[in-house]
Write a protein that binds this ligand. Structure first.
Ligand SMILES: [Fe+2]
Ligand SMILES: [Fe+2]
Length: 212
């Protein structure tokens, strides 16, 4: 699946005339595309690495355009679901960052992709069944937002670069044997610190002082 504007906006949407572009139509097309990617991954595609990278790219850009263009409009109409949607985006982005450095076919990655897919499914359902209808009922101009959204998405796609993979942790000190003498010294210091209570003056000293 290559990433061009046609595929990103649901196949034939590139052929939509300017006045047919609508925020809800564009976002729903993104949702369907991501769902298809999750399904392909779960079905055991051999292209898991490529699918994982596409999921990261799609969701990163989709979340950004929604946060820049859609959610501020939701805030304006005071939709109570906007706060929850933003928190879900946050969780999704944390998982995306973690997934970037994970091998595509490992059990951990499969588990994380599954959890991510479930969160996205729940989130998409709320957007499509609650948030978008509420926007349509309000005086928000979904066509104008669609134009903005399309332009911003094209810009983000041109700029998109996958984050660099984090450097592998060094194993130089892992399992290093501590010399016995050093270990003993450390132990001694620790136990000394433990028993190093403030000294009390002996009875003899106290008695001598009283006598003088
Ligand atoms: Fe969203
Ligand atoms: Fe969305």
């Amino acid at each position: 699946m290559d990433l061009n504007i046609r595929s990103l906006f649901g196949g034939n949407n590139e052929e939509l005339s300017e006045d047919e572009i609508n925020a809800e139509v564009l976002l729903k097309a993104d949702h369907r595309k991501v769902e298809a990617l999750f399904k392909e991954y779960e079905e055991g595609s051999k292209q898991r690495q490529s699918i994982k990278e596409q999921v990261i790219k799609e969701l990163t850009i989709h979340a950004q355009v929604e946060e820049e263009i859609i959610y501020p409009a939701l805030d304006k109409i005071n939709h109570e679901g906007a706060g929850e949607a933003k928190e879900e985006h946050h969780v999704v982005k944390v998982l995306l960052v973690e997934l970037e450095s994970m091998p595509a076919g490992s059990d951990e990655t499969k588990a994380k992709m599954k959890v991510l897919g479930e969160i996205v499914k729940h989130h998409v359902k709320e957007e499509e069944h609650e948030l978008f209808p509420e926007m349509n009922r309000s005086d928000v101009d979904m066509d104008a937002l669609g134009q903005k959204l399309k332009a911003r998405k094209e810009e983000l796609l041109r700029q998109y670069k996958p984050r660099k993979q984090p450097a592998k942790k060094t194993t130089a000190n892992k399992g290093k044997v501590v010399p016995a003498r050093k270990a003993a010294a450390t132990k001694k210091t620790a136990s000394a610190a433990k028993t190093n209570k403030p000294k009390t003056r002996s009875r003899k000293v106290v008695a001598r002082k009283r006598a003088s």
